[in-house]
Design a protein. Structure first.
Length: 97
């Protein structure tokens, strides 16, 4: 059971990192560069969040892809939920040992 919980936590982190990198490197940065804004990569979370906010300000909610706009508009809340889930999974894992 403990191994299954750790596998779930690992998969959650992998999906979160892959999705985040996809959005940041392949969607946000090229769009900011095309529009003449600061499209250079930022490696601090606060710099990346500022770029996400710039990107969101340029987006018009797209009816055909509402998940994309919603994901970006609520990126801070989604990050908090993912981190809370990871903390809960790790705490459960240590309680089971």
């Amino acid at each position: 059971m403990v191994d299954l919980i750790l596998l779930l936590a690992w998969l959650l982190v992998v999906v979160y990192v892959i999705l985040g990198n996809y959005l940041y490197w392949l969607k946000i940065l090229p769009t900011l560069t095309r529009n003449g804004l600061d499209g250079s990569p930022k490696f601090s979370p606060s710099g990346q969040l500022k770029q996400v906010d710039l990107f969101i300000a340029q987006l018009i909610p797209d009816v055909s892809r509402p998940w994309f706009y919603g994901l970006l508009a609520h990126v801070r809340a989604i990050t908090a939920v993912v981190l809370a889930m990871l903390v809960a999974i790790v705490l459960v894992e240590f309680a089971l040992q």
